[in-house]
Design a protein around this ligand. Structure first.
Ligand SMILES: NC(=O)c1ccc[n+]([C@@H]2O[C@H](COP(=O)([O-])OP(=O)(O)OC[C@H]3O[C@@H](n4cnc5c(N)ncnc54)[C@H](OP(=O)(O)O)[C@@H]3O)[C@@H](O)[C@H]2O)c1
Length: 305
């Protein structure tokens, strides 16, 4: 629902130029909306031939983007995950160039994984991050690098990201899909429309000197895997896949998948939605999945025509 994000957001000031490092799933979506709101937007990908690449940036090659990319930049959004060394892939090569720019706002996309396991409790930005997984420890160290940069920064902590083309509806394409049952386990989520919408809201509030350094961007309703799969099945007119206990499923999981199931938390969005007045486009997974479903239906219709 890009139109809705555009409608509820304040347009960029004239001559705004946004550079997005990491134009993947989320970066491309933010770019599309920011362009409709009047900004010039340039997105990096590691291969210039990739869809939506405006310039090439791969931290491992240490090749800097052409000078004209950073000229006149007013806003930077980094969507690139930490390097295996724990260093930030953008600051590693570009810190000197970036810190010289007259930037109005910088957003660093982080994860709510930095909170670690909360045993199913609610967690907010006021709680101390206690990451346990090594990737979340690396993430917290990237957050610190960005905080130490002295840039006009906000850290945006995100739970599971979904949207058209990457949602529970798509998981039904896998014949091996199972509904994993782990009583008491929930996951927080966020639809990409709300990542973009919240970022645009924050850019606007930051310009009015409302500038908390860390903001969770999550929907209102953490839910179990089975609950979300059940709703997705209803939308698709199919059956829930076989239910498997976590005990059995965990024996076949990749270490990465297992690490997600080892942490249980409900991410509070009170700072963003109550204190800062952001209004969610998809307050829960039902609204978000309906949006993903309507995008599938649109694509199907296009194929038929
Ligand atoms: N997916 C989730 O559920 C989730 C949840 C919480 C937080 N996050 C974090 O939020 C951010 C955006 O997530 P996403 O799902 O939109 O990610 P994504 O689609 O995987 O996009 C990541 C982007 O980073 C680029 N990239 C990766 N390593 C790089 C490197 N060494 N040098 C330069 N560019 C590099 C990728 O380049 P290419 O375009 O060339 O591939 C891609 O554009 C990421 O930091 C992610 O870790 C994700």
């Amino acid at each position: 629902m890009i139109e809705r994000v555009v409608k509820q957001s304040v347009p960029f000031e004239p001559n705004s130029k946004v550079v997005i490092f990491g134009g993947g799933f989320t970066g491309q979506h933010i770019a599309e909306i920011a362009r409709q709101l009047g900004a010039t937007v340039l997105c990096s990908r590691r291969d210039i031939k990739s869809k939506g690449a405006d310039f090439e940036y791969d931290s491992y090659t240490s090749r800097l983007p052409p000078k004209e990319v950073l000229n006149g930049v007013t806003h930077i959004i980094s969507c690139i995950p930490p390097l295996s060394s724990g260093e930030d892939p953008v600051l590693k090569n570009l810190k000197d160039e970036i810190t010289k720019l007259p930037l109005k706002w910088v957003g660093y996309l982080s994860t709510t994984g930095v909170y670690g396991d909360c045993k199913g409790d609610w967690i907010s930005e006021n709680d101390i991050a206690k990451p346990t997984q090594s990737r979340s420890i690396r993430r917290l160290s990237c957050e610190k690098e960005w905080q130490d940069s002295g840039l006009p920064l906000q850290i945006l902590r995100l739970p599971g990201i979904y949207g058209p083309g990457r949602s529970t509806l798509d998981s039904y394409k896998k014949t091996s899909l199972k509904a994993i049952d782990k009583p008491g386990q929930v996951f927080s989520r966020i639809h990409i429309d709300d990542i973009a919408g919240a970022i645009l809201h924050l850019i606007n509030t930051y310009s009015q000197d409302i500038s908390p350094s860390i903001i969770n961007i999550a929907d209102n309703y953490p839910a179990s895997n089975i609950e979300v799969l059940e709703f997705a099945a209803k939308l698709l007119g199919t059956k829930l896949p076989p239910i498997e206990s976590f005990e059995i499923a965990s024996k076949k999981m990749s270490p990465m998948a297992l690490s997600f199931w080892q942490e249980n938390r409900k991410v509070s969005n009170a700072r963003l939605c109550k204190e800062m007045g952001y209004s969610l486009i998809h307050p829960d997974y039902k609204s978000g999945l309906k949006d993903c479903y309507s995008s599938i239906k649109k694509t199907d219709k296009n194929l038929v025509n």
